[in-house]
Write a protein that binds this ligand. Structure first.
Ligand code: ZN
Length: 390
């Protein structure tokens, strides 16, 4: 006995015994606010019709490792629902946020917020379409880090075209969905290549800059602008003056990162999952002073680097959030990929860390003369720009 397959276009909610032969076009995981995960995917049949398929939480374990994009499969039986999302829009209910695939060239970087305690990484960029329309796009956490890693890589010189799938469009802004969005940057796919080829030649060569205007305009809810916050209560000093400091002092300076100071602890330490405090014992669960009960300790960056500025050099300590923002990945991610390659020794510095070197940056640091070191509170890349400021 056999059973013929049905077509996507014929599907309705009259029965559940559908049988589809499809290719999985896209699959993503969704975690709701109670932490419960399910899978969603877009599948297409041989006639080219597509439908969204949802795999419930209680079936997740069975399928999560099996289902991959581009594989073909037979789906037997399934409950058919009207797409709740579209239905609401058609009915004109008050739901105004939509999920869309967004493509555009990054015309400038508005704002970068690094993950200081209590704040998450968010990178705001202005996206421009081919007609010159602009929209603000907020990339949170791993999406923002991925963008920064690409942007900070000196190999990437020209225009940056991004495609953000299933982005939330709300209040005239675009944001990545918490799970399910995909961020593609200058990738070799038809959508991006086609978009790029339609840009004027001069714009194809232009790398977006961080706008000086926005740095002074955006206050981020505080009474100070980012620039004011950066220099607040700090003394502007050159590195050569650091060695004359007697007491702990907040300073702002510009210098270039030179080389790693290999510390006896290596490039990371084990710490709290909520704040960046160090764990008393890297092997043991504990309760952190921030109140977090830490079961599984996570690696955090702590990297010492000599920086120099002409004649003088000084030892700077870079902490977790600043490193993650520059490198575009968490220490946990980097540690895991080292372990996958059979390397568990914190004294072995991953090649990727070299992205921290040879960078000219403005630093806000706490100079600690007792240790002849400066602890980096915040740093900003000095981007060479051809933009003329009026
Ligand atoms: Zn903590």
């Amino acid at each position: 006995m056999s059973r013929k397959v049905d077509s996507v276009k014929d599907i309705n909610d009259s029965k559940e015994t559908w049988r589809l032969a499809v290719r999985i076009m896209d699959v993503w995981s969704v975690v709701n606010n109670k932490g419960i995960e399910h899978l969603e995917m877009i599948v297409m049949d041989s006639l080219g019709d597509q439908i969204q398929v949802l795999i419930r939480h209680d079936h997740l374990l069975k399928w999560k490792e099996v289902i991959k994009e581009n594989m073909t499969c037979i789906i037997n039986n399934g409950s058919v629902y009207n797409n709740d999302f579209q239905w609401k829009i058609l009915q004109g209910k008050c739901k105004t946020d939509r999920l869309e695939d967004i493509i555009g060239a990054v015309s400038e970087i508005n704002h970068i917020q690094s993950n200081t305690p209590g704040k998450k990484v968010v990178v705001s960029v202005v996206l421009k379409d081919l007609k010159g329309n602009c929209i603000n796009c907020n990339l949170w956490e791993i999406y923002g880090l991925k963008f920064l890693a690409y942007y900070n890589d000196p190999k990437n010189n020209g225009v940056i075209v991004i495609l953000l799938t299933r982005a939330m469009v709300k209040d005239g802004q675009v944001t990545n969905a918490w799970s399910g969005s995909k961020l593609l940057i200058n990738e070799d796919i038809p959508e991006i290549q086609d978009f790029m080829s339609k840009l004027p030649t001069n714009e194809q060569k232009e790398k977006p800059t961080q706008s000086a205007k926005s740095l002074s305009n955006r206050s981020g809810g505080s009474q100070y602008s980012p620039v004011e916050r950066f220099v607040h209560n700090a003394k502007c000093m050159s590195l050569s003056q650091f060695c004359k400091i007697i007491h702990e002092t907040l300073c702002v300076t510009v210098a270039t990162t030179l080389k790693f100071v290999v510390s006896k602890y290596g490039w990371f330490y084990y710490g709290c999952t909520r704040c960046s405090s160090k764990a008393p014992n890297p092997q043991k669960a504990y309760e952190c002073s921030c109140g977090q009960k830490v079961e599984q300790l996570i690696p955090r960056y702590k990297i010492e680097i000599y920086v120099n500025n002409g004649e003088s050099k000084y030892r700077f300590v870079f902490w977790d959030s600043e490193c993650a923002a520059i490198l575009g990945m968490t220490a946990e991610f980097m540690h895991n990929s080292m372990v996958e390659n059979g390397e568990d020794d914190p004294m072995v510095y991953p090649n990727e860390l070299e992205m921290l070197l040879n960078k000219k940056m403005a630093f806000r640091v706490k100079v600690q003369p007792t240790f002849s070191q400066a602890s980096v509170e915040h740093c900003v890349l000095c981007v060479l720009s051809t933009t003329k400021f009026i």
